[in-house]
Ligand binder design. Structure first.
Ligand SMILES: NC(=O)c1ccc[n+]([C@@H]2O[C@H](COP(=O)([O-])OP(=O)(O)OC[C@H]3O[C@@H](n4cnc5c(N)ncnc54)[C@H](OP(=O)(O)O)[C@@H]3O)[C@@H](O)[C@H]2O)c1
Length: 328
């Protein structure tokens, strides 16, 4: 029998991010746009038509029963990540689940445990990690080309629409800046510096109780500090700056998506690297995930379970520092 060379993708939740993801699926050679599942059949059908998927389902439950679905991209609000992921895993579907992986560490553990017992591939869709400019910086810092790291600063901010029912403000959908965008500066600190020894954080809140601004200090050995911020009240640079002994590395705006990198040496030379991106940037994680699935892998060697566990642990710790609680 010929070895399978493409993955039949299904999208679960036909919302905003699903559209961007579907656009980038087109360029991935090991990906087939197969199915769309929505709570509304009409919505699924119009999404399928717009983006060229073969099948449309009016419920998530129906879609997971389709034997031709290989992998599911979970694109629903954070509060629904764990339930949707478990539904897919129980039906033997590989899962690429949007960030944050789930609402808290217990949910993440449960998802990982099901994936492991079912021997099904599961990965958090931390797309930034797979972007070439981001990987370039990680390697540059690992090689200590500018010497050791002294400090890191990263932010993510934009002005959110003040609609209390929206996903960003509604706590019953996991609303708040920390889980939605604060995760990116936190991931920058985690992927570059590892786990901090101490965390301090302060926050401001909307009337809904969702966090509007969150400022965090991660402290590491050798007096290294990462200063991180998320805000839904102002547009910020959305950059990451890493100061090293002999120079500064800048992940330029917006650092979490396809962007450029500037290397400023302390001897006065400055170089900006352009990575010639031609997509929104989701194709890199999709290609990686597809290769893993076709090889029969059940965990990514890059965005692995250990890293997802650390990421949710950091989010949980910051939440506890700022007193942010959800019902779930
Ligand atoms: N990686 C990235 O760059 C990126 C960017 C933005 C968002 N995200 C993540 O992707 C996830 C979805 O974000 P989004 O902006 O696409 O959200 P969204 O458009 O507000 O909602 C996504 C979809 O979730 C489904 N859904 C299921 N239960 C729902 C409920 N109770 N209320 C509302 N919608 C529900 C709906 O799909 P149906 O009606 O079709 O069932 C909805 O269209 C979030 O976890 C977010 O963190 C990632």
């Amino acid at each position: 029998m010929n070895k399978k060379t493409t993955v039949n993708w299904a999208i679960l939740g036909a919302g905003k991010i699903a559209k961007k993801f579907a656009t980038d699926l087109t360029v991935v050679t090991n990906a087939q746009k197969y199915a769309v599942a929505s709570r509304s059949f009409d919505k699924a059908t119009s999404f399928s038509k717009e983006f060229g998927f073969e099948k449309s389902y009016g419920s998530y439950e129906e879609m997971v029963k389709d034997p031709h679905v290989d992998a599911v991209y979970i694109a629903v609000p954070h509060t629904h990540h764990a339930t949707a992921t478990k539904l897919c895993l129980e039906h033997g579907k590989a899962v690429l689940c949007e960030k944050p992986f789930a609402m808290h560490a217990n949910e993440v553990e449960e998802m990982i445990s099901i994936a492991q017992s079912k021997k099904v591939l599961l990965m958090e869709a931390m797309w930034t990690y797979f972007l070439p400019h981001y990987q370039y910086v990680l390697n540059f810092l690992k090689n200590e080309t500018f010497g050791s790291i002294k400090s890191l600063e990263a932010d993510f901010g934009f002005v959110a629409e003040l609609d209390p029912s929206s996903r960003l403000l509604n706590k019953s959908l996991g609303g708040g800046g920390l889980l939605d965008i604060g995760i990116y500066p936190i991931f920058a600190a985690l992927s570059i510096l590892g786990m901090p020894k101490k965390i301090n954080a302060t926050a401001q809140f909307f009337e809904t109780g969702a966090d509007s601004v969150c400022e965090m200090n991660f402290q590491y050995n050798n007096d290294i500090v990462a200063k991180l911020k998320s805000t839904l009240l102002e547009k910020t640079a959305t950059e990451a700056t890493i100061v090293c002994e002999n120079g500064t590395v800048l992940l330029n705006s917006r650092f979490h998506e396809p962007s450029t990198v500037t290397l400023k040496s302390n001897d006065g030379t400055t170089e900006t690297l352009d990575f010639d991106y031609t997509t929104i940037g989701y194709n890199f994680e999709v290609a990686h995930f597809g290769s893993l699935l076709l090889e029969g892998a059940t965990e990514s060697p890059i965005m692995n379970f250990e890293l997802s566990r650390k990421l949710i642990q950091l989010l949980d710790t910051v939440r506890s520092e700022i007193g942010l609680q959800y019902d779930i």
